[in-house]
Every structure is written in C-alpha cells, then in structure tokens.
Design a binder for this molecule. Structure first.
Ligand SMILES: *Cc1c(COP(=O)(O)O)cnc(C)c1O
Length: 361
C-alpha cells in the first residue's frame, strides 16, 4: 500500500498504537501491509517463524550482524563470498571494534579453529560467490550450538527453492531479494528470517532506527515475483546444470565450478543439503584475463551485467568488476582467478544460451 502515514480511527486508538497495545499501522518506516505480506511469504518459504524486509540485501546483512554483535566481539566469515558483505566485515566493522577472521568456508574444521572466546557470530554463504564453494551447514551448526554461537547464512544463491538453512541448523537467514526472489531485475530489496526473537531486533535497528526500510512498491514487485519462483528456479537450475556439463567438456575451459558436477569438491554435501544445485556457475578460461573479458563482449543472448537470479541470463568477470575491491592477494587466496567468469542462468531456452556461450568461447 503506497502510504507513508495511516489515518487513526480515534485519539484513543492512536495513543494505544503508540503504547503498542493496538494493532494499527502508524507510519511506513514502522510497518506497511504490502511489506508485511512479503515478510510473511519469505518466512513461510524458509520455514521461519518471522521475517523482516529491508531496503536491500546489504541492509539485511548489516542488520543481521549489528543486531547481534558489539564492540569487542569477534566474527568468523568465509574467505570467498559476496564482495560487499566481505567489505562490511573487512573494512567497516573494524571501525566499531568488531573483528572478523576469514576462513576456508568449505572446511568446518577451519571455522572451528578460528573460534575465540569472544566469537559471537559465524557467517556462511553457500553456494558462495563466485566460486560456488559449499559449506556443510548441519556440521557447522552442530559445532556452534553447544558453544552458544549464532549461525547466520546468506541463502541468496541457493534460494529457498533449493535449500532451507534454518532446517539445517542456522539461526538467521539473510536474502538479497533483488535477485531470484524478485527475479525480474526491477527492484532492490532484502530480508532476514528466523525466530521472532532474532528478527525483531533487526527490524528495530536497521529498519526503524537506521532507516533501511523497503519501499512498499518494491515489496509488491518482489511478492509478485515470488509467485513464479519455483517455475523460474526449476528452469534455471536445469539449464545451469546442462551448461556446467557442456562447459566442462569445452577445450577453452580449464575448470567449471558447479555443485551439481560430481567433480565439485562440495558435491556430496550439496546433494545432502540442497534440493537442486542452483542457477549459478562459474568457469575458468585457459586464456586468463584477456579471454575472460573477450567473452563478455561477444555474448548476445546472455547479458553482461552484475546481479543474478534474473529471468535473463547474466554473465560477469569478477576479477575486474565485483571482486576488484578485494586486495589482489586475498582474491588469489579466495580462488578468484583472472580467467574466472560467472554465469547466472535465466529462463531462456538452454540451447540458445549454449549456442551463445559456445560462439563466444
Ligand atoms: C546481491 C547480494 C547481496 C546484496 O544484496 P543487495 O540487494 O544488492 O544489497 C548479498 N549477498 C549476496 C549473495 C548477493 O548476491
């Protein structure tokens, strides 16, 4: 509903609403029916008690962290994951006294070895950007629960169609709804789902307090997109799997990263914790940087753009774009080589996509 403020029924109702005793909408930053409908939908998709929608995926990531950690606390996060989430933990949170250790997230032992007495929160993204690393969420959450450490999982790449981290032991799930949930590349939005006790502090801090409120029109667009999430994901995951297989047989391709391939190091864990292997894949060209960039100029059906989970297939070259903010040494440790190309499969005919990629290659 496109309203910034809502008319009160009476002076008594207004006073009761401010006391938190009446179920009334007051002001758009504190609640809006379209936004609440979306929150309920995403919570239902993830099997969560509650959800909070935010202005963007980054507002969701920031809210999940800042609602749980304070100065002096320690966080453990992956070496390779979404670039801006990495910058939040590497560059921004240290200014507030919050330190993060970055580990090989495909190893639960590496996570456990990095824990300190001050560790309050562990962060995972699986499959992870852009090398599609898989974290064993059940094993990780089993290691964290007895220590009372919170597990936050970014489920943007997998989507609730493929994976439900809360069922695998995660405490909070964050989403960039800009991606597959919205699905049509027309709205920025985000969200956090989990128990009400964990999501309400996120709402209070990031939405009411810091102002990261989702616009009601974007909530409408994203909720409409969710109606076709299952159909879009069914097609996109099937196409990604076909493209991964064919790319792995192409002579210009040195290596393909896709959890659905039996050769992927996380394949067995992915089979256990995912219903389908997702719409994202990446591959390394034998020709390095020049070959990687050339592909982007050659594609015609696939669009060269950042973002993912769109109805349109998208291709990016992380080393020169989204991962370019990482120090080169970190980029190398995270496995983001100069010849790495990331593909987000859309819903086009897979033969059109393959013909386009094969011709570009
Ligand atoms: C896009 C993305 C984000 C950030 O979401 P925005 O909506 O762009 O703020 C966070 N995590 C992952 C995995 C993403 O792909």
């Amino acid at each position: 509903m496109l309203s910034s403020a809502f008319v009160f029924g009476s002076a008594d109702q207004a006073a009761a609403a401010f006391r938190g005793e009446a179920d009334a909408y007051i002001y758009g930053r504190w609640g809006n029916p379209s936004v609440e409908e979306l929150e309920a939908k995403v919570a239902a998709l993830e099997g969560a008690e509650a959800g909070v929608a935010t202005a963007s995926g980054m507002a969701a990531v920031t809210g999940a962290l800042l609602s749980r950690v304070v100065s002096g606390d320690h966080v453990v996060a992956p070496l390779a994951f979404y670039g801006e989430s990495a910058r939040l933990m590497r560059e921004r949170l240290p200014r507030f006294g919050i330190e993060t250790t970055f580990v090989d997230a495909t190893s639960v032992e590496a996570y456990v070895a990095a824990l300190r007495p001050t560790t309050r929160l562990v962060y995972a993204e699986t499959p992870a950007n852009p090398t599609l690393g898989i974290t064993d969420l059940e094993a990780l959450s089993a290691a964290l629960r007895p220590r009372g450490i919170l597990l936050v999982v970014d489920n943007t790449f997998a989507t609730p169609y493929c994976q439900n981290p809360l069922r695998l032991g995660a405490d909070l799930v964050v989403h960039s709804m800009t991606k597959a949930l919205g699905g049509h590349g027309d709205a920025i939005g985000g969200g956090v789902v989990g128990s009400r006790g964990l999501t309400e502090p996120v709402r209070d801090l990031v939405v009411k307090g810091l102002g990261g409120v989702l616009a009601p029109f974007n909530a409408f667009l994203i909720a409409r997109g969710i109606r076709t999430l299952a159909l879009r994901q069914e097609r996109a995951c099937a196409s990604a799997s076909i493209l991964a297989q064919r790319l792995s047989e192409h002579r210009a391709v040195a290596r393909v990263h896709y959890p659905g391939l039996a050769t992927h190091p996380g394949h067995d864990v992915a089979r256990r914790q995912m219903r389908a292997f997702g719409s994202l894949l990446s591959f390394e060209l034998t020709g390095g940087l020049a070959a990687g960039k050339r592909i982007l100029d050659e594609v015609r059906v696939v669009s060269h753009a950042v973002s993912l989970g769109d109805v349109r297939s998208l291709v990016t070259h992380p080393a020169s774009t989204t991962a370019s903010t990482m120090p080169a040494e970190l980029r190398a440790r995270a496995g983001i080589g100069d010849g790495l190309v990331r593909v987000s499969a859309g819903i086009e005919d897979v033969e059109d996509l393959w013909a386009d990629l094969a011709s570009a290659l």
